[in-house]
Ligand binder design. Structure first.
Ligand code: ZN
Ligand code: ZN
Length: 336
């Protein structure tokens, strides 16, 4: 079968590989579509904990090709989405219900072979049946939406809250739609790329600001007077992480959602956090939110038809990654 294998930093190869053999409780998936994510770019650049060689692809769905030894709980021919995050169920965190913080967490497409291939073997407990109304292309968004739902749960959004989103990529834009639906009253999105700001406005942002041109701080305080109730950092840079602390109101919440490179730091003034009673939190992956993400996409709450989506054959993965790196697209999807 054809697969996109991360061989070593800066080397991703499309090559022939053997169809994976099933282990106990595993199912063989014929992959229908797989999203290319910022995380994949980080991995190939050697800026992640992923250890090569590994087939990339963690945002994928497909059709069950061989249901293996799963006692008929899944039928061959059934379409499914795959939650890529596999927890051990026995460590301290798993037993406290914090599966996403599992000490032995493994992610399909990061630590073990993933969905940028014709076939992928995954444990049956990672599978979620897909409703008929979701296409393979739409279903690629289930995994990122499941992470955003966790981020929104963590921030305890209240109806009427004001929000700032830094970054208008896939995550920032879908976060915007979900925050709007969660009852946010005013939403400011900050993004330097013009076509992404246009999409943000179509999705209902009150203001989409260009940080290279606009006085972002002034605009946020003009709109909210006191600063935003909630600030979501979805760009994943230390510069924007630092700025996020400047846009929040007293008693507000700053959530680090974007993936900042490991080792990067920002200066923080503890007195600012103390006097202003700030809550600074992270949001990591998607505990217990995968089913809700499927419901969200079926319902049309996230208008993915307004995003810019391109599809590529798997053999053209390098072109798909290049256009992501250069910010020309919102989401690229590969299929074999
Ligand atoms: Zn991803
Ligand atoms: Zn565990």
């Amino acid at each position: 079968m054809l697969a996109a294998l991360y061989e070593k930093p800066h080397k991703l190869s499309v090559l022939k590989k053997e169809i994976p053999r099933l282990m106990k409780d595993e199912v063989l998936i014929k992959v229908d579509a797989c999203g290319v994510c910022g995380t994949d770019l980080h991995i190939v650049e050697g800026r992640s904990r992923s250890t090569p060689p590994v087939v990339l692809g963690h945002e994928f769905n497909g059709t069950i090709y061989d249901s293996g030894g799963t006692n008929g709980s899944f039928a061959e021919g059934q379409r499914v989405a795959i939650d890529p995050n596999i927890s051990c169920n026995t460590c301290y965190y798993c037993r406290r219900g914090l599966m996403h913080l599992c000490e032995n967490l493994k992610a399909v497409g990061v630590d073990i072979d993933g969905g940028m291939a014709e076939f992928c073997a995954v444990p049956a407990r990672q599978l979620y049946p897909l409703p008929h109304d979701l296409t393979p292309e739409q279903s690629v968004f289930i995994e990122p939406v499941s992470c955003i739902i966790h981020g929104i749960d963590r921030a305890r959004v209240s109806v009427g809250d004001t929000a700032v989103i830094i970054g208008g990529g896939t995550i920032g834009l879908m976060m915007l739609s979900l925050l709007r639906n969660a009852g946010a009253s005013k939403i400011v999105l900050i993004e330097p790329v013009a076509f992404k700001r246009d999409i943000a406005e179509k999705l209902g942002a009150d203001v989409a600001l260009n940080p290279l041109r606009d006085n972002v701080h002034e605009a946020i305080f003009d709109l909210t007077r006191v600063g935003a109730d909630l600030v979501f950092e979805c760009a994943g840079t230390s510069a924007t992480a630092k700025q996020s602390l400047e846009y929040v109101r007293r008693g507000g919440i700053v959530e680090f959602f974007g993936v900042c490179p490991i080792g990067e730091t920002i200066p923080v003034e503890p007195n600012n956090i103390f006097v202003n009673e700030l809550t600074i939190m992270g949001s990591f992956i998607n505990p217990h939110t995968f089913s809700r993400a499927i419901h969200v996409l079926s319902s049309g709450i996230v208008e993915i038809d307004k995003l810019v989506i391109h599809t590529y054959k798997l053999e053209n993965i390098h072109a798909a990654m290049k256009s992501m790196r250069e910010g020309e697209t919102i989401k690229n999807i590969v299929f074999t």
